[in-house]
Design a protein around this ligand. Sequence first.
Ligand code: ZN
Ligand code: ZN
Length: 95
Amino acid sequence: MNAEMTRFTEKSNPSVVVGARRLGESWLVAKRTAVVTLVGDDEFAEKYEPFDGPCCRVCGCTDEDACMNPITGCPCFWVEEDLCSACAAGEASDG
Ligand SMILES: [Zn+2]
Ligand SMILES: [Zn+2]
């Protein structure tokens, strides 16, 4: 079910990491807030640049923008290179 998404950051706000993949002549951009937009090729190149830092493969959180554990209220930490503690808990129970 997981489509192959590549991580990008917004040039204007590098703490915003999005997942994006090509869709025809546009880019499908998915934000962590679950907002999905279709961005034209030129606009995409203008707005986004490839992200090359630690980034959770499941929820897309980063060092800059960690997700909060709803139970402990603590920010997540890295369990694997690209898997945060919040999602590791979810994946474990997922099988
Ligand atoms: Zn995560
Ligand atoms: Zn996280």
